[in-house]
Write a protein that binds this ligand. Structure first.
Ligand code: SF4
Ligand code: SF4
Length: 175
């Protein structure tokens, strides 16, 4: 995992490759573990020394990963995905952690966050940040990280109806 400041990214769009759901371990909070096991049984999770993880199929992919008729890989949990899955491949932090604080700083309604993206994700387009990234994608990731938003539109694979239309300029500033 190599985290880079958000300002080096032009746009991020999930392409449904499913790599993240095969390559990484998903750590669950206790509440997430409780919710998932209540509904699907303990067999869909794994317990580590002091953590709970999402379970994996024999091929290493998450138990909830499946291929849609479109050929894209989708999550069977959708709205109930663990927070770690909702936030991937972004890191929303209160302090700079992976270098270049100026390039990682992002202001959201007067509060400064440090936003990084995992360069492993093939959904990243490199270059000067686009309006969609600044006004839609990153604010949505911040709102999810803060727990003030559940619904995912720009922070997950977009359907054609979700294609970006900039209607109003919101109170986000580039630093
Ligand atoms: S988040 Fe990135 S790695 Fe995961 S499915 Fe989307 S494009 Fe692929
Ligand atoms: S819960 Fe969903 S998003 Fe998270 S790893 Fe499993 S399939 Fe992927």
């Amino acid at each position: 995992m190599v985290f880079v400041p958000w300002s080096q990214v032009s746009l991020w769009r999930c392409n449904g490759c499913g790599i993240c759901c095969r390559e990484f371990e998903v750590v669950l909070t206790f509440q997430e573990w409780l919710n998932i096991t209540k509904k699907y049984g303990v067999g869909v999770t794994r317990a580590g020394l002091n953590k709970f993880y999402m379970g994996k199929k024999p091929d290493g992919s998450c138990v909830f990963l499946y291929m849609a008729p479109s050929g894209k890989w989708l999550c069977g949990l959708q709205r109930n995905k663990p927070l770690a899955c909702k936030l991937w491949p972004f890191k929303i932090l209160n302090k700079p952690k992976y270098g270049d604080p100026k390039k990682a700083a992002f202001e959201y309604y007067g509060h400064r966050f440090y936003v990084y993206v995992d360069s492993f994700c093939p959904g990243i387009y490199w270059g000067p940040p686009s309006a969609e990234l600044i006004y839609k994608v990153i604010p949505e990731f911040i709102e999810i990280a803060l727990g003030i938003r559940q619904e995912q539109i720009y922070s997950t694979m977009q359907m054609p109806s979700n294609i970006f239309i900039l209607k109003t300029k919101r109170d986000y500033k580039l630093i």
